[in-house]
Design a protein around this ligand. Structure first.
Ligand SMILES: Nc1nc2c(ncn2[C@@H]2O[C@H](COP(=O)(O)OP(=O)(O)OP(=O)(O)O)[C@@H](O)[C@H]2O)c(=O)[nH]1
Length: 349
């Protein structure tokens, strides 16, 4: 399991800024920066819920800081249903259900970031020519935020591990999973960050918002207050990122708990808010798995397209045409600045 520390609640946890390096069960090597949240002890946080009854088993998790290059090289090797991409000679094969050949569709056209049904023309051409630069080596950061108990962890676990746990274990600080895809024949990875919804861990979690390519704001379809809070969650996440640099998704969870009519009513409200937030809207259920794979495929495809377009743009702007048309390649253009530019052709946030 990536992003989870094997620290028992009974163990005395390391104090502020103690850095551990551990070998994870999925052979990931990560550096874990453990920081105490206020006066609360990492790994011993008691979920503070005003509402639902909870199982008091805890997720003894400190904040985790991955080393992207190590994480990328240390993916889980599940045996079944894998395809080996010709472009990933070093990594294990990508699971069949992570292969995206056609552009995944939106949930509702009323609140969607991209109405196209096909990959961007330039992106398709670049993929066909295998001219996608360093995109295949990139880990795109996805940050999931929202109130406690809305089902952020459950959503990620349903997608990454195909499991659902009825018991609530509060996330302490942050946690992450890495999912590898093959999109239009090109390897691509998402680093999906699960953040704590509890107020007292917000200071830890917010330290990990920076550099997000995708922000997922989650709310519970059965609790309208959590929808109202998404605005604030988004604001906090955007504060740590460059304006216009992130794809934003608004996701209603626990769809299985609502009847069709009740769901439609909340969805109408959520779609309205999504438009204001310039977000794409989805309703999902981690319990039944409804829409979970389709949703993350959409996230991966949009992030991939953006990465390819940015890479093409970065490479073309690094060339200066001179004299009789000879090209000079400029080395060392600042990658951060270039990376953070959203291509206008994507037409989103
Ligand atoms: N019926 C149903 N229950 C769900 C669903 N998703 C999550 N839950 C339940 O809701 C509770 C909270 O889920 P979590 O995924 O732990 O919530 P969280 O948002 O990660 O909470 P924090 O880590 O505290 O921020 C758990 O008891 C889950 O079993 C769903 O799709 N359907």
């Amino acid at each position: 399991m990536l992003g989870r520390a094997a620290v028992s609640p009974t163990q005395t946890p390391p104090t502020t800024s103690a850095i551990l390096v551990a070998r994870r069960s999925r052979a990931a090597l990560v550096a874990m920066v453990i920081t105490a949240a206020g006066s609360s002890e990492p790994g011993r946080a008691e979920p503070q819920l005003s509402q639902p009854p909870v199982t008091r088993s805890r997720r003894p998790l400190p904040a985790l800081l991955p080393l992207p290059e190590l994480c990328h090289a240390s993916q889980p090797s599940k045996d079944s249903g894998r395809m080996r991409s010709s472009l990933t000679p070093l990594g294990p094969p990508v699971s069949r259900d992570r292969v995206i050949a056609t552009f995944p569709k939106w949930y509702t056209p009323e609140a969607c970031l991209q109405l196209r049904e096909h990959f961007h023309r330039q992106v398709s051409a670049a993929c066909q020519r295998r001219n996608t630069g360093t995109v295949g080596l990139k880990l795109s950061k996805v940050v999931v935020v929202g109130d406690l108990y809305v089902g952020k962890t459950s959503l990620i676990h349903r997608f990454c591990k195909n499991v659902f746990d009825r018991d609530y274990k509060a996330t302490i600080g942050v946690d992450f999973e890495i999912e590898r895809f093959e999109i239009a024949g090109i390897p691509y990875s998402l680093q999906i960050w699960d953040t704590a919804g509890q107020e007292k861990f917000k200071c830890i979690a917010s330290a990990y918002y920076r550099g997000a390519q995708v922000i997922i704001t989650a709310f519970d379809l059965t609790d309208v207050q959590t929808l109202e809070h998404t605005r604030q969650w988004l604001e906090d996440a955007l504060r740590e990122n460059e304006a216009g640099s992130c794809f934003i998704f608004l996701v209603g969870t626990k769809k299985d708990l609502l009847s069709g009519a009740a769901c439609e009513q909340v969805e109408a409200e959520a779609v309205h808010l999504a438009k204001e937030m310039q977000a794409e809207y989805w309703s999902v259920s981690a319990k039944t798995g409804e829409n979970v794979k389709a949703f993350f495929s959409r996230v991966a495809a949009l992030a991939f397209e953006q990465s390819v377009l940015q890479d093409l743009e970065r490479r073309s702007s690094a060339r200066l045409q001179v004299g009789d048309g000879e090209l000079i390649r400029m080395e060392g253009s600042p990658p951060e600045t270039q990376e953070s530019k959203r291509p206008s052709s994507l037409g989103c946030c």
